[in-house]
Design a protein around this ligand. Structure first.
Ligand code: PHE
Ligand code: ZN
Length: 867
């Protein structure tokens, strides 16, 4: 056999440095859709304007063929295909080019472009989906005013929506057909185009903007789901008000619509005036959604709404600038959620997400700066680095100048670049000019990948405390040598006797090594460093267990308090994993942690939301990240061992906590939510220590539950235990929620994510369950992403977990490459895993890369992971 048949064509690498302005602009476009589930006809009329020397207009396409091409109304033969692109030769500087295409939405399993979901038609165009609908310069720096005509069956598609305002609605053409015209006055890139047609109902409301304009709001869902949209609607109105107050940004259309769809690759999409959402970020009521789901909805509704300014009014020049809109918008939604609920708990959760998702990315083969330098497939760069580290980088600017000057900077940015396709550099420059700060060296955060490591030591002599800090940025793919970064650190020095400090200070570490002297300390103070997680770095402080226990009990910065307890546990578990602890040292270490936990469980001054947060042990992935080479089996054993010790030694206190919290009736208040949180955290510790007792208590919580938080929490604990109650309650849950896909997703994922010793077998069996399907991304993620991040499943020593994920990737890639590619990262961690497992992981990646016809998405991730 010819080996070359199996060799994929060399991938095209797009370089940031190669950016060229568009050769042609498209100031106006009119789209006419004749809608059908199996066939939709599209006629696109583009007013084009020459913007350079070239007479050739390049229009991107993907999987479509032109049925007709007209120039200035006349059929022409002056066009040819170049791969998937359509090239049209144009004699003059301004023309109208009209192209007809036909697409089959029902056959679109990638969920990019126009596709069918649950009987409705909807679009997803970011990043490069518009080219699957019609030929177009599909790049974010081509901004057009859109007019959209659509017609289709009144029966199948009673509701016809697009961006902007509806300017006309009518009957026909023909029997049973109706039509509508939408016009969006704001020029936008093609990735923000959207169209939805289907049998939908709306929860309608209004919002009056700060200048007194009334905006009609609609959240469109399937009949029967209206009652589950109220939380999303409240979040939308809160977001609109918050953006006016906090960033001075007002909404700019008469209409704002959101549509919820059940087949969606991501969380949601900010299309101008017509956001499209994954149902999981819209639908909620007490019976079906957890408190975390409620928070997710509030955050994502806000995120998409905030994009109207950070993304839509000012968009990205090219996709390398993705963090311009995503990093900034994540920061905006984080600040919003901090203001809406507990700021302390929100900050801790955001840091936990960063450490769980972004730190591993930054220390692995797929590491990239928040503004990447090159890509093969842009869909692979919607990452925790671009989003979450991107948000941290902008948050640091805010920390450096303070909220007021930062606001002056963002005001200038919005003012200066409104209506433009901008760059990250434009943003930094606007903050520099508006806030009055030099961000020269700070810009390294945009170009250098890798999580900086900061070491800290505090010395004390002659009444002076001296803090010695050093930083290093580890090498990442393509970046061997790094320069010192600008690292803002919020610190406080505590007097151990009084338990107080003289005020927080901001210090800036901007060289490889620096010393800071603090006079006036008769006694050696206790160092609280990186308060509020003031920089996305890993801090290695020489700090005693005694000081950590002190900070865990006394630090007035909630994040620092949480961090001290986490560090105490991390240090202990790393020592356990090292295998060098004497029995006495093991006892002493556990004892200190148990004492700190007992204080947390019993501290009356703590609110329950914070208490629940403090009761969560550092995750297995985070622990693995602290080691050069990790043994996932040993980490699981050490962590569960500590949990069992805590469950046993704190049994009485945990039972009392559970009991107290169980008396709090269901409400959405912080108090009631806190009660639910500590209830399940208590169960989780008890399950490790006193499993029989915990099983009964979990079953009782399950039976008594009048809300999803309690029911799911109890079932999660039961799913990890070897008890007959496990099957019984799993079956009861499935029966109770049959027909509700979002809840069935939970049922899949809590089994795949469980601590049960046979969890891998459970996952394999669930893959054959009648409710499992490969065509719905939520369901695929519910089963397999939960499995891939569960070391007890993914890292079983036999390698069966790797094989299962490898097989999934190969089966899913032809159906939905974007979602398939997301499963590569866990396998890509092989260099940081002990050698026996590492070899098995690598072999799985090799099997994936060898698959003929692999998508660009999966190829890029798998080949880089091997590289
Ligand atoms: N731009 C979307 C968001 O962050 C995410 C997204 C990307 C959705 C690509 C779909 C496709 O809000
Ligand atoms: Zn976004």
């Amino acid at each position: 056999m010819d080996a070359s048949l199996n060799t994929p064509p060399a991938p095209t690498v797009i370089q940031r440095a190669d950016y060229q302005p568009p050769a042609w602009l498209v100031p106006e476009v009119t789209l006419a859709f004749d809608l059908g589930t199996e066939q939709t006809k599209v006629v696109a009329a583009l007013k084009v304007q020459r913007n350079g020397q070239s007479q050739t207009l390049r229009l991107n396409g993907d999987g479509i063929t032109p049925e007709a091409v007209l120039v200035d109304g006349q059929p022409t033969n002056d066009w040819r295909m170049d791969g998937a692109d359509l090239l049209v030769e144009l004699p003059g500087d301004a023309h109208e080019v009209s192209i007809t295409t036909a697409i089959n939405p029902a056959a679109n399993t990638q969920l990019m472009g126009l596709y069918a979901s649950n009987g409705m038609l909807c679009t997803q165009c970011e990043a490069e989906g518009f080219r699957r609908i019609t030929f177009f310069p599909d790049r974010p720096d081509v901004l057009s005013v859109y007019t959209v005509h659509m017609q289709g069956s009144k029966d199948l598609f009673p509701v016809l929506l697009s961006n902007g305002n509806c300017t006309q609605q009518g009957e026909g053409p023909g029997e049973g057909v109706h039509n509508a015209t939408w016009h969006d006055p704001w020029p936008k890139p093609s990735y923000l185009f959207a169209l939805v047609a289907g049998d939908l109902v709306a929860n309608q409301d209004t919002f009056t903007t700060m200048s007194g304009r009334k905006v009609d709001l609609g959240i469109w869902v399937r009949e029967g789901d209206q009652d589950r949209t109220h939380h999303a609607m409240q979040a939308l109105k809160d977001s609109m008000e918050w953006d006016e107050e906090t960033f001075g940004r007002e909404y700019d259309l008469d209409l704002f619509n959101i549509v919820a769809v059940s087949d969606f690759n991501m969380g949601a999409m900010e299309n101008k005036g017509l956001n499209v959402f994954n149902t999981r970020y819209i639908l909620a009521d007490a019976e079906t959604a957890t408190d975390l789901d409620y928070d997710g909805i509030e955050g994502v509704v806000a995120h998409e709404y905030f994009h109207n300014w950070s993304g839509n009014r000012i968009t990205c020049r090219d996709w390398f600038q993705l963090s311009l809109k995503e990093g900034f918008t994540v920061l905006r939604d984080q600040l919003f959620s901090q203001d809406m609920g507990s700021a302390a708990v929100k900050r801790i959760e955001d840091v936990r997400v960063l450490r769980a998702a972004q730190f591993p990315e930054d220390s692995g083969p797929l590491a990239h700066p928040i503004r990447p330098d090159s890509y093969q497939e842009i869909s692979n760069f919607y990452t925790a680095t671009v989003y979450n580290k991107g948000a941290e980088v902008i948050r640091m600017m805010r920390t450096l100048v303070g909220p007021e000057r930062f606001r002056a900077g963002t005001d200038l940015y919005f003012d200066r670049h409104d209506g433009e396709a901008a760059t990250c550099e434009d943003f930094v420059k606007a903050i520099e000019d508006g806030a009055g700060i030099d961000l020269g060296q700070f810009r390294l955060w945009y170009s250098q990948a890798g999580t900086p490591r900061v070491t800290a030591r505090l010395d004390h002599a002659d009444g002076v405390a001296t803090l010695t800090l050093a930083q290093s940025v580890p090498p990442t793919p393509g970046q061997g040598e790094k320069q010192p970064m600008v690292i803002p650190l919020r610190i406080a020095l505590f007097d151990p006797a009084s338990g107080t400090h003289q005020g927080e200070q901001l210090i800036v570490l901007d060289r490889a090594e620096m010393q800071f002297a603090f006079p006036g300390f008769a006694r050696r103070p206790v160092l609280s460093l990186g308060r509020g997680f003031s920089a996305p770095v890993a801090i290695d402080a020489e700090i005693s267990d005694e000081d950590l226990v002190f900070l865990a009990a006394h630090d007035d910065d909630p994040f620092a308090r949480y961090e001290a307890l986490q560090q105490l546990i991390v240090k202990h578990l790393l020592a356990v994993l090292d295998g060098a602890l004497t029995d006495a040292a093991l006892e002493a270490g556990r004892g200190a942690i148990a004492a700190a936990f007992a204080a947390v469980v019993g501290d009356r001054a703590l609110d329950d939301l914070m208490r629940g947060e403090l009761m969560i042990l550092p995750g297995e992935g985070y622990l693995a990240d602290q080691l050069l080479v990790a043994d996932p089996g040993a980490i699981r054993k050490a962590r569960e061992g500590l949990k069992a010790y805590l469950g046993r030694s704190l049994e009485a206190g945990l039972l009392a906590l559970h009991d107290r919290a169980s008396a709090v009736p269901y409400a959405l208040s912080a108090e009631a939510r806190g009660a639910r949180k500590v209830k399940t955290q208590a169960l989780a510790l008890l399950a490790a220590g006193v499993p029989q007792r915990a099983a009964d208590l979990a079953a009782a919580q399950f039976d008594a539950a009048d809300n999803m938080t309690d029911r799911q929490g109890a079932l999660m604990v039961l799913a990890g235990l070897e008890t007959p109650l496990r099957q019984e309650k799993l079956a009861a849950f499935l029966a109770r929620h049959a027909g509700d896909p979002l809840v069935i997703d939970k049922w899949f994922s809590l089994q795949a994510g469980s601590l049960h010793p046979q969890a891998l077998d459970h996952v394999k069996a669930l893959a054959g369950h009648p409710d499992f399907t490969m065509t719905n991304p939520n369901r695929v993620r519910a089963l397999y992403m939960a499995a891939a991040v569960n070391p007890g499943v993914f890292h079983v020593a036999s390698g069966e977990g790797y094989r299962m994920i490898g097989e999934l990737v190969r089966a899913l890639d032809p159906i939905n490459p974007q979602t398939a590619a997301r499963f590569i990262a866990p396998l890509g961690r092989w260099r940081r895993i002990e050698p026996l497992r590492a070899a098995l992981m690598k072999a799985e990646l090799e099997r994936i890369v060898a698959q003929p016809g692999l998508s660009k998405d999966t190829f890029e991730q798998a080949s880089k992971s091997l590289g």
